[in-house]
Ligand binder design. Sequence first.
Ligand SMILES: Cc1cc2nc3c(=O)[nH]c(=O)nc-3n(C[C@H](O)[C@H](O)[C@H](O)COP(=O)(O)O)c2cc1C
Ligand code: SF4
Length: 413
Amino acid sequence: MELIVSKNFNKKDSYKLETYLAGGGYEAIKKCLDSMKPADVIEEVKKSGLRGRGGAGFPTGMKWSFVPKESSVPKYLAVNADEGEPGTFKDRLVLELDPHLLLEGIMIASYAVGIGTAYIYIRGEYKKAFDTVRNAIEECYQKGFLGENIFGKNYKLDIHVHAGAGAYICGEETGLIESLEGRRGQPRLKPPFPAISGLFMGPTVINNVETLAFVPSIINKGGEWFASIGTPKNSGTRLFGVSGSVEKPGVYELELGITARKLIYEICGGVKNGKKLKGFIPGGLSAPIMTAEELDVPLDFDSLAKAGSMAGSGGVIVIDESADIPKIAARTADFYAHESCGQCTQCREGTRWVSQLFNKIYQGRGQKKDIDLILDVCSNMMGQTICVLSDACAMPSIAFIKKFRHEFEALVK
Ligand SMILES: Cc1cc2nc3c(=O)[nH]c(=O)nc-3n(C[C@H](O)[C@H](O)[C@H](O)COP(=O)(O)O)c2cc1C
Ligand code: SF4
């Protein structure tokens, strides 16, 4: 299988401009500027079927086409490099090992949508990634690849990097916008959607790092080529970040449609120390747990949604037979209770209740009715709040109980 996003990761000095150029880098943006109209670029990305790798799997070309062509105020691109979802650590590799691939993706997206300023919002803890990206931007300015008349053409683009300060909610796109504007990272009510009114009230595209890193190859090789990889509505490859109780954890670029069985047992060497699999979380902590009986579900957007979970950020967390699901549930709910921004009652109170109830059960202080009380609280936390952090706590909580109820019941006897 051909690597697309991680193709340069193992090269010596992969992060340097000269390495990127030697591998054919910045040819795609030159192709766009030389011979493609912005609408042609959007069409090619639509043809590729590329879906966002940040969590929701939204079609990228369609997202770009929602931004009005004419705007009386500046349009912006905000790159989501917050990577705060527990179990997710794949964007970090792109930022540290191939920052120019991301920058070229940003240039192409900006050209396609008519954007003159892009911001990369990087998770605050990613100091090395921040420095690497900043140096890469500097290299581009020195070469004339950024600023006025990039690549000698009549097109201007500036890229800025911004460090976050450790809040998961700043990865939610409108929380990110608020934070970039200098305010507390509290998500905004939608509509208006960012494509119409986002950063500094201008039409704004928000894309994940990995999503943009696919774009140069799509332009070089064509949307149809990309669409031929993976499965029909889940095209291309993705970076799977595999962690937990597994022999060979790490980031693997694989075709969409691969099953969890193949990923865990063939690629990652199986469950650690030959233990039995209890379950796996397929797309970052917000994704409902799957059991060992569900190993043959393909790890793509539609198959996982059909199975009641989600592909999310591609972070696969492997859980072995010795793990204690009530403990994992309590720890999971603690995270969301800590990260809730507090604007919505259902989320602020709900995440805290769920966390307290799970901890009560796990610590042996619970009663049988607490198990159903958690399900009741969760049912009031979904589909009613400003952003989906509330759902992201409720959905895995329900799955922990529904799929492993016997473990909770054993603790309340
Ligand atoms: C609480 C919360 C946290 C999120 N964190 C991230 C994140 O760290 N990185 C990311 O790319 N998307 C994150 N998202 C998803 C973004 O809101 C958004 O959908 C995504 O950046 C869009 O990019 P894409 O279309 O390229 O996937 C988060 C969403 C929520 C609700
Ligand atoms: S759902 Fe939670 S995190 Fe999202 S805006 Fe409401 S309170 Fe904040």
